[in-house]
Design a protein around this ligand. Sequence first.
Ligand code: PRP
Length: 184
Amino acid sequence: MPGNEKKILFDRPAIERRVRELADEISRDYAGGELLLIGILKGAFIFMADLARAVTIPCRIDFIRAASYGDEAKSSGRIAITKDVELSVEGVDVLIVDDIVDSGLTLKHIADELKTRGPRSVKVCAFLDKRKRRKVPFEADYVGFTIDDGFVIGYGLDYAEKYRFLPDVYVLTDEGRREVGDDK
Ligand code: PRP
């Protein structure tokens, strides 16, 4: 039945409020400094755009992309950087920005890699945190919302590459997954 494929989790006003709070906290923590925001493609692109405009300190912007590889894909824990940053991180304050932490594998790998390149500091800001699903110990420094398990879509998050454009965050129902094709 149309309309039953997803349920709202966070609407636009709630998202805007939380992004503003995160940006205020980040602006206070880095007061007087500058930040290099590094978004993890593709999911971070909308959150990153909102966060970059809400912080009150100067920011430079770059992006990085990672992929899992191996027979078991993500569960293998093997992550490779498939598009590296273009700016140098040496001597600068880096804030990695992502839409969601799940197993922690992606963010841990990227944070560990960037830390080897001589930055002044590396912190992580994740819009959503599925804390119970960690496979490796990892804590983001700034978290928008902690959520339970479930297929979360919208605000940059996809299911089989659909739904990233939705301004609100939803949980996809079983019916929604069937509609898309449960092939992910
Ligand atoms: C998602 C998300 C995070 C990562 C989190 O990206 O954007 O980067 O997975 O999962 P983890 O904590 O288990 O590593 P995905 O690989 O789906 O790519 P996308 O951002 O292009 O959707």
